[in-house]
Design a protein around this ligand. Structure first.
Ligand code: TRP
Length: 354
């Protein structure tokens, strides 16, 4: 029996942080043993929001190296770059014929990013009309590119081209996955075929991890002062952790824990031993805790995770031949599948040789 295909993509818009590691990467490392895993770097998707060609290229290299350094095994999982699979671009064109501009415009991530591109705040009245007015009637010289609008089409094609069964994505991507399923169903029923399989959100068996940021609220993301990168130098990483937001400290025994402190405890739980976590929780409960000590401990425990990854990343980045080999193998696997899908789709849609 062949294994189910698991597909996941990441936009190359910078380096990976601890949230990416615990939320995705460390789980991929386990998945690769049990599934036919394909992990790709969505450089075409990154073009919808990034404009600096050199930064994009560096980010693609960086993410590849960090994936490998974190334990993705290119002999087990296919790692590829989206643009190395040109079949996807043609499928994207073909699929767009079955996608409505209305449903794309109603996508939450599009609304968000479009407003950001135009520098518009979400108004009180977040109705469809208000949004359309802003996008179509915007009298600024900024524009929302059409690639951003059709982002979900490309993502659907990434998934459907590989005939992926499982797609591990974060909450923010569930709407895109739902659209993918809808496009697959629509295509199949329009032509009366069973071309595409409807992919599903991959549910990890362990409970979802929360990786909070260092700025006191919310999850770790790329914003300033909030995240530690896997390739942060120890000095930089320690400084970031020491600057993490805290509060004035517990004033009486067994006080409730405020969000910034709860976040530090969450990070410690991810990276440290249960004994050390308990030690600091006890110290919090009896008011003897010193946040400086907590942060020092946290920084050292994070470094135990990130240091080996940072070092291996640097080595891999020096080995161009190795990186090229990994991507060539990945592209071969991805292209074999995508070109088969493309051939079938062309035929189904009537693009046939005379
Ligand atoms: N949109 C995803 C993100 O921003 C990245 C992505 C592109 C993706 N294509 C995909 C994820 C296909 C899973 C499958 O995180």
């Amino acid at each position: 029996m062949s294994k189910d295909i698991v597909l996941s993509g990441i936009r190359p818009t910078g380096n990976l942080h601890l949230g990416n590691y615990y939320g995705a990467l460390s789980k991929f490392v386990k998945l690769q043993n049990d599934y036919d895993c394909r992990f790709f770097i969505a450089d075409l998707h990154a073009l919808t929001t990034s404009t600096d060609p050199d930064a994009l290229h560096q980010s693609v290299r960086g993410i590849l190296a960090q994936y490998l350094a974190a334990g993705i095994d290119p002999e087990k999982a296919a790692i590829f770059v989206q643009s190395d699979v040109p079949e996807l671009s043609e499928l994207y064109l073909l699929m767009n014929m079955h996608v409505g501009i209305g449903e794309l415009m109603r996508t939450a991530s599009f609304k968000d990013k479009a407003r950001k591109a135009l520098g518009i705040k979400t108004p009180e009245n977040d109705s469809e009309e208000a949004f359309e007015q802003q996008i179509i009637g915007a009298s600024t010289n900024k524009r929302v590119n059409a690639g951003l609008l059709t982002y979900p089409t490309l993502m659907a094609v990434d998934i459907l081209a590989q005939k992926a069964r499982w797609v591990p994505v974060g909450k923010d991507q569930l709407q895109h996955l739902e659209l993918t399923r809808r496009f697959a169903r629509r295509f199949n029923s329009f032509y009366g075929v069973e071309e595409f399989i409807e992919p599903e959100d991959f549910q990890f068996t362990d409970k979802p991890v929360k990786v909070p940021g260092l700025d006191g609220s919310g999850k770790m993301g790329k914003s300033e002062g909030n995240c530690v990168y896997l390739i942060d130098e120890p000095k930089v990483l320690r400084k970031k952790v020491m600057r993490a937001v805290t509060d004035e400290g517990p004033q009486e025994p067994n006080s409730p824990v405020s969000e910034p402190i709860a976040n530090l405890f969450s990070l410690l739980e991810l990276t440290s031993t249960p004994e050390i976590v308990q030690q600091f929780k006890d110290a919090y409960a009896d008011c003897s805790i010193r946040y400086g000590d907590l942060k020092k401990q946290l920084a050292e425990d994070i470094l135990k995770v990130t240091d080996p990854i940072r070092e291996r990343t640097a080595e891999i980045l020096k080995d161009e031949a190795y990186m090229r080999k990994v991507l060539a193998r990945g592209a071969d696997i991805a292209r074999a599948q995508a070109s088969e899908t493309l051939r079938e789709v062309r035929h189904i849609m009537g693009i046939r040789k005379i």
